[in-house]
Design a protein around this ligand. Structure first.
Ligand SMILES: Nc1ncnc2c1ncn2[C@@H]1O[C@H](COP(=O)(O)OP(=O)(O)OP(=O)(O)O)[C@@H](O)[C@H]1O
Ligand SMILES: [Mg+2]
Length: 242
């Protein structure tokens, strides 16, 4: 379970997170919605120990472990995974190599190459991505939507316990959105110890991936939490009404 208490963080002298409190229990999908620039991606980066941000107060614990002094790779080994708002290219390394190396580095139970590749093929098929992408340079020359799908594919292949998805819906057409939403749903339903934190500013994806809890994020804090109906309220009335 993820527990964030009174989290404050700044970047380049500017206070962005101003006392975030959040608990995400296993088996649940939580959505964080908020306007542009409110600090949603900042929260995601701080959760994963991005070195540009300075945590000035508060705590982040994951399954009882205080992760704040841990490097991003140590957090990943604990079972945390962040899918980026803007996925990065890794020229010269194929997706298959990158993901197998990441899985080994994470300390996953070793599987044979054949088993690993079969699992990868199945994920490519579920996401309606051409299997040929496995042998191309990771994300190099991929379209925006293909990158987003690769990010989800990487996430489910590495099977974290907490999956944080930052603006998963940006750049996805309606069919791709449904495909990735179904994959994330399958992923969380497959194992009751998994949870998802979905960061978004639109209600769109939440129609396919119903959250257990919706948190409204404004000016660096969670201002309000509620059920899925809160997302619909925002869609109708905007953030100013929250
Ligand atoms: N490197 C930086 N230097 C200065 N300010 C920054 C830096 N990175 C982020 N910020 C500022 O922090 C604030 C929060 O940004 P953040 O990316 O967390 O917003 P967001 O809620 O994810 O927005 P969006 O919905 O547009 O993705 C913004 O005002 C942004 O300009
Ligand atoms: Mg953002």
């Amino acid at each position: 379970m993820l527990t964030i208490y009174n989290l404050h963080a700044k970047i380049e002298g500017r206070d962005i997170l101003q006392g975030v409190n959040l608990v995400v229990p296993p088996g649940e999908i939580h959505a964080i919605m908020g306007p542009n620039g409110s600090g949603k991606s900042t929260l995601a980066h701080v959760l994963f120990g991005h070195p540009s941000y300075q945590v000035t107060d508060g705590t982040i614990t994951f399954n009882g472990t205080d992760v704040q002094k841990m490097k991003p790779d140590a957090r990943a080994r604990l079972g945390m995974f962040l899918a980026f708002q803007r996925p990065v290219e890794v020229p010269g390394i194929t997706a298959a190599h990158l993901l197998r190396a990441a899985s080994q580095a994470k300390g996953d139970t070793p599987t044979s190459l054949k088993e690993f590749e079969d699992g990868l093929d199945a994920a490519f098929d579920r996401l309606h991505l051409d299997r040929a992408f496995a042998t191309r340079s990771f994300n190099e020359g991929f379209s925006g939507g293909e990158r987003k799908k690769m990010e989800v594919l990487a996430a489910v292949t590495l099977a974290p316990r907490l999956l944080v998805l930052d603006e998963l819906d940006s750049g996805l057409d309606i069919d791709a959105l449904r495909t990735v939403a179904e994959e994330v749903k399958r992923f969380v339903e497959e194992d009751a110890s998994r949870s998802v934190l979905l960061i978004t500013h639109y209600n769109r994806i939440l129609k396919y991936l119903t959250p257990d809890v919706v948190h409204i994020f404004q000016s660096g804090v969670i201002e309000r939490s509620g059920g899925a109906e809160l997302a619909e309220h925002i869609e109708e009335h905007g953030y100013a009404s929250a």
